[in-house]
Ligand binder design. Structure first.
Ligand SMILES: C[S@@+](CC[C@H](N)C(=O)[O-])C[C@H]1O[C@@H](n2cnc3c(N)ncnc32)[C@H](O)[C@@H]1O
Length: 403
């Protein structure tokens, strides 16, 4: 193995790495890492080596990720392949031990940085596995990752292994492709808490169910009471709608702008004959228009779920979800019955749970709305988070109880 270059990193990165943050973002230091080097040893201002990094010069923002802070780094690099296997095995073992996952056919086997496999996510989807790379660094380790998975889970066949490059930038947003047949489309059903969902691999960027929200869905057992009415805003393929129906909601209304997702939602309902489909109404419209129409028709609900995309564009300008919440709170409140509950989410690492709480509290104060901020909802079980790494804790929610 070639000698690994030692590179000084930005003073802020030095501090962040010391506090457990595993990313080196683009700056005057990281942009100068030798492009052809797979690994880089980060050094501090006194030229002391402090971490072995895996390097991705092609990533727009995250140029390198911490692989190890254990000396000697040359040796850590020599044992890299064995360490990948060891870390994968450990991550799998943790999930095998989790009894909460027994009721789900969709869960994360690996959750990136928090499993010490930076930028690598592995999802179990029934008898398939979807391997997601958030850095193209992992491309050259495809085969070792696949072999390690199949050693632990021999029932997973080659044709059921899928790879996907994901990320915030367009270059990092690819459809999942099958290892054996790159052009394959794969539609199948999987079950979660006794409900069936339609999954599509190979034909769209997202496969039909947000697995990272699964433990949150389960937590709503205590919040959605049988007999209640529920409005699901930004419903996507309807996971919250189906779950509410299963929990005994008497009426569920789902709203999404996308006809494709509303149709998918209808298919999901049809897959579950025990759900009373006449209790469900789908509205293909913007949340803004739907809230106005529902108000005109004097509809009210006991529970409203609101899970907007982290930012949206009207063509002219981008608005972050947190900014839209003031208006959303005002409009949702008018549709909420006394003692009703708003379940509001924010899906971005740029706002911490504390800030989200504070902003909501301020908005409620400005709007003179009386709510108790109750249960906090966040990533759990198969989706661990890391102290000192807010980017990994991107999903946050809170239940607001109308007083
Ligand atoms: C983050 S996903 C919601 C995931 C969903 N809550 C779940 O758990 O499955 C956001 C959804 O919002 C929809 N969407 C985006 N902008 C919208 C708007 N202005 N009005 C209605 N739906 C919108 C998208 O089509 C997408 O399905």
């Amino acid at each position: 193995m070639n000698k690994i270059p030692e590179c000084l990193i930005h003073p802020v990165s030095i501090k962040l790495i010391r506090s457990g943050h595993p990313w080196i973002t683009a700056d005057n230091f990281s942009n100068r890492f030798p492009r052809q080097s797979e690994f880089v040893i980060a050094t501090d201002d006194r030229k002391r080596p402090m971490a072995l990094l895996i390097h991705d010069p092609y990533h727009k923002n995250v140029k390198a990720r911490v692989w190890s802070t254990r000396f000697p780094f040359e040796r850590e690099a020599q044992h890299f392949t064995a360490s990948i296997q060891g870390r994968l095995d450990l991550a799998f073992e943790k999930r095998i031990q989790m009894k909460e996952l027994k009721e789900r056919e969709n869960y994360y086997l690996v959750f990136g940085e928090a499993d010490q496999l930076p930028g690598l996510f592995v999802l179990r989807l029934k008898d398939r596995v979807l391997i997601q790379f958030y850095t193209s660094f992992w491309n050259r380790y495809k085969s070792i990752i696949q072999t390690t998975i199949q050693e632990v889970f021999p029932e997973i066949k080659d044709e059921n292994i899928w790879f996907q490059l994901r990320g915030e930038t367009k270059e990092l947003q690819k459809l999942p492709t099958n290892a054996v047949d790159a052009g394959r489309r794969d539609e199948f059903h999987l079950s979660e808490f006794g409900l069936q969902y339609l999954i599509r691999l190979g034909s769209s960027y997202d496969h039909g169910i947000y697995t990272d929200m699964s433990s949150i869905r389960h937590a709503l057992v205590k919040i959605i009471q049988p007999g209640s009415s529920l409005l699901n805003l930004y419903s996507y393929t309807g996971a919250y709608s189906l779950w509410a129906m299963k929990l005994g909601a008497s009426e569920v209304v789902s709203v999404d702008l996308s006809p494709k997702y509303i149709e998918w939602l209808q298919q999901n309902i049809a897959l579950n004959p025990e759900l009373e489909h006449t209790q469900h109404t789908a509205i293909t419209a913007s949340v803004d228009d739907a809230l106005s129409d529902l108000r005109k028709n004097e509809k009210t609900f006991d529970v409203i779920v609101c899970d907007p995309p982290s930012s949206s564009s009207d063509g002219a300008k981008r608005t972050s979800a947190i900014k839209t919440y003031k208006e959303l709170l005002f409009k949702m409140d008018r549709l909420l019955n006394p003692k009703g509950k708003l379940i509001v989410f924010l899906n971005t690492h740029q706002v911490t749970q504390e800030k989200f709480d504070r902003v909501l509290k301020d908005y409620l104060g400005e709007l003179k709305l009386n709510y108790k901020m109750s249960t906090r909802l966040h990533l759990g079980q198969d989706c661990p988070t890391l102290k000192g790494f807010p980017e990994g804790s991107y999903l946050k929610g809170i239940v607001l109880e109308k007083i």
